[in-house]
Design a protein around this ligand. Structure first.
Ligand code: ATP
Length: 216
């Protein structure tokens, strides 16, 4: 069986070191052939300031170009309407065929609210879920999600290579207290976000005047 593919979806507004460390840790711990970074549509209820999809895509491309093993999947931005993860996984499963393992990667905060996602019970039909630890989020799942984890959780890396989906795996990753919200906030206040995100992304933000409204 061929090595699993990883997929890390996010708003990436902007992409930062915790996203990238998560992708690298997942690739190395699980022996993934690549991790695709997939910028998604911003849901209508999200507060401003949010940068346009082309900026989020450009920043994601800059980050991927600087990191071996990472690529960009822009399928969700190509659609006019916001897309649900389950639809994206169904589309990918059709492309990859029934047996190629696929790992959908997310932070612990996302796992803790997974039962709010559209058709969340079907996600494991199409992919494994790989979860990174995040400061402030303990794996104390509500009873519904605890039952899901009891049925699907494994820490056996090889198990994720043997079937195309269906397992939940918790990464062993350093917890990084970083968020896109915090970075936008720093920039808005005129503070330096250096070392929270790749230099190429910080330069892009400066050149385009993102989050602060002023171009340099
Ligand atoms: P925002 O602050 O704008 O809400 P964010 O920093 O949470 O953004 P997203 O683009 O929403 O970033 O996150 C994409 C994915 O990365 C999600 O699955 C999220 O859980 C995960 N993630 C984001 N930050 C971290 C972090 N510090 N540690 C682990 N996972 C993270």
């Amino acid at each position: 069986m061929t090595a699993p593919i990883g997929l890390l979806g996010g708003t990436f507004d902007p992409i930062h070191i915790a996203h990238l460390r998560t992708a690298i840790q997942a690739r190395e711990q699980l022996g993934l052939s690549e991790v695709r970074l997939m910028p998604n549509h911003i849901p209508p209820h999200r507060a401003t300031p949010d940068s346009a999809p082309e900026h989020r895509l450009a920043m994601t491309r800059l980050a991927a170009a600087a990191t071996p093993g990472l690529t960009v999947d822009q399928r969700e931005l190509n659609r006019i309407t916001p897309s649900y993860t389950v639809d994206t996984l169904i589309e990918l499963r059709a492309e990859l065929g029934p047996s190629r393992p696929l790992c959908f990667i997310m932070g612990m905060d996302s796992l803790c609210s997974l039962d709010k996602w559209h058709r969340w019970q079907e996600l494991l039909d199409y992919a494994h879920l790989v979860v990174s630890h995040r400061p402030g989020w303990t794996p104390e799942l509500n009873p519904t999600l605890a039952a899901l984890y009891n049925n699907h959780g494994t820490q056996d890396r090889e198990a994720l290579h043997l079937v195309s989906g269906g397992h939940i795996f918790l990464l062993d990753n350093p917890e990084l207290e970083v968020s896109s919200t915090q970075i936008r906030d720093y920039i808005r206040r005129g503070n330096n976000p250096q070392y929270l995100l790749p230099d190429a992304v910080a330069n892009y933000i400066r050149q385009q005047g993102l989050y602060s409204g002023s171009m340099v």
